[in-house]
Design a protein around this ligand. Sequence first.
Ligand SMILES: Cc1cc2nc3c(=O)[nH]c(=O)nc-3n(C[C@H](O)[C@H](O)[C@H](O)COP(=O)(O)OP(=O)(O)OC[C@H]3O[C@@H](n4cnc5c(N)ncnc54)[C@H](O)[C@@H]3O)c2cc1C
Length: 247
Amino acid sequence: MQGKAAVVVCVDELVGGRRRVGQDAEPGKGIGPRVYERTYPFSWLGILAKTPPASDELIYAYHDRGFALHSMRSPEISRLYLQVDADDTMDAWPEPRIWDELRLRLAERELQPGEIIEAGITPMRSMVTEPMQHGRLFLAGDAAHIVPATGAKGMNLALADVKVLAEALAAWYRSKSRDLLDRYSELCLRRVWRAEHFSAWMTALLHRDPAGDPFDHKLRLSYLRYIVTSQAAATTLAENYVGFENA
Ligand SMILES: Cc1cc2nc3c(=O)[nH]c(=O)nc-3n(C[C@H](O)[C@H](O)[C@H](O)COP(=O)(O)OP(=O)(O)OC[C@H]3O[C@@H](n4cnc5c(N)ncnc54)[C@H](O)[C@@H]3O)c2cc1C
């Protein structure tokens, strides 16, 4: 880096002390930022492995033993995920157990064990900070909102935020117009909440809830059958999966 060292002073309310939903702003200081948040009683164990994808298709699997996901990175490398307990560590998952569980949940006999290049456990979480700006501080991507990975929305939301912010900054530097900068949060949050809902809904639909009962299980199976038999249900899923802008 070149140039002079700079000191960045973080706005306490946004960066240092996030206010939880239901907590009021200090009297006389108006409404401050709020953090809306949900955690889930399970995590994802993800691996990147040197094994050819067992299928050309992305596979989302709902199984009695929990969710599994099959995706491909290249003809030689696969990215695979398993739902695991929220407090599981990698110690509980030696490689043979990971492969057995993947083959069982995905029902993919073709899936061959390969060298695991990366492995880790990621907690599932939903979070939105509102607003996504404070004075001249603008939050984008995961700094402003988190989605559980099930809907594959996190990076897409981050890029969409940055596109809005880039246009707002360009307008400011071209014509000193603050309008888009002032509306940055408002312009992003509608899309963010649609993706939050979709991601939470996909997560609830495809994961076994450790505290859930057989009734929940039957409801999920019924909805999954509905998706694969109803054009309307399939369309709803598809338009949210690719990104619905206007809600
Ligand atoms: C298992 C998993 C699967 C996912 N799958 C998908 C998917 O299929 N599709 C999708 O759209 N999204 C997916 N995501 C989400 C996606 O990865 C994130 O939402 C996205 O990377 C967020 O981008 P970001 O730039 O906001 O944050 P990040 O990608 O986290 O980038 C932040 C950067 O800041 C750096 N940094 C942090 N602190 C400092 C510091 N103090 N100083 C300097 N640098 C710092 C970090 O090192 C990092 O490089 C997935 C996430 C996970 C965990």
